[in-house]
Design a protein around this ligand. Sequence first.
Ligand code: DAH
Length: 357
Amino acid sequence: MDDLKAKYLGQIADAGDENALEAIRVAAVGKKGEVALKMRELGKMTPEERQVAGPALNALKDEINSALSAKKAALADAALDERLRTEWLDVTLPTRARRQGSIHPVSQATEELTAIFAELGFSVAEGPRIEDDWYNFDALNIPGHHPARAEMDTFYMHRAEGDNRPPHVLRTHTSPVQIRSMEKQGAPIRIICPGGVYRADYDQTHTPMFHQVEGLAIDKDISMANLKWVLEEFVKAFFEVDDVELRFRASHFPFTEPSAEVDIRCSWDNGQLKIGDGDDWMEILGSGMVHPKVIAAGGIDPDVYQGFAFGIGIDRLAMLKYGIPDLRAFFDSDLRWLRHYGFAALDMPNLHGGLSR
Ligand code: DAH
């Protein structure tokens, strides 16, 4: 038994890894190992011999087992030490060159117009892109049969069969945020709501997802003159010019009365889009005095309060300002396009520093 002990403790001490240890364990104290075989011999012994040999074999088994686990722990420690020695990191090395991302023109235009409207006293509100059809239509005085619903090429969300709740839609404009904001804040209120909107439409100046910024100003003494001034100030600041020619066209929206659409003078020369001069007009926004029914839908008393609203196409503004001819390219994620038209990250536009330096 002393031989066995010396043999296995020696092997354990020499074992270089866990696999070797496991082989030793099987050979020594496994079910068919040498110690087990010896135990089987106990049956052939005299009771006196057995009384000595039995406990001695058990003690040997215990000793081998604890030598095995001690060695296993020692091997693990050694492995950890080895890893700590090889996997080290010099934290004093210089960092890698920053990867150059860029700001998308839509994000840039959104930051710029937010800065301008902030100066004019508007704060930013947001609403969901998946919208209740009540907020997107009914509350804006667009009832179920109204042709505006069809005109907007609405994407309706799928409802499971037998689910008779009114449908959700991908919002077709940012106007529902008017209602949500009036409900939340009451009057007076002065907000803009920039964000993505959706319509089934696709050509050089239309994409199924695009961006608008809604504006809403409600108080006791707001008139169409205020609307016109705000829009003119905005357009001049945005395009960074002293004068831009705008065309206010009488129009119709269910949620405003009276209503006006605004076009900006521009030209298309050889696919180059330029603002300011030329014989073309590009529509950039709809606006008007908020319809009393819409004010009431927002939970505000239209006999006391009135105001104006507008909805501007952000992508159109970006196209005009940065001379980008095709709206579809905005959303193609083409790296060459993004590098060409993108803006330096971390440059926050503000009116005093110059919007788009
Ligand atoms: N919601 C309109 C659209 O998407 C734009 C619009 C027009 C918004 C007039 C307004 C408004 O707030 O007063 O076509």
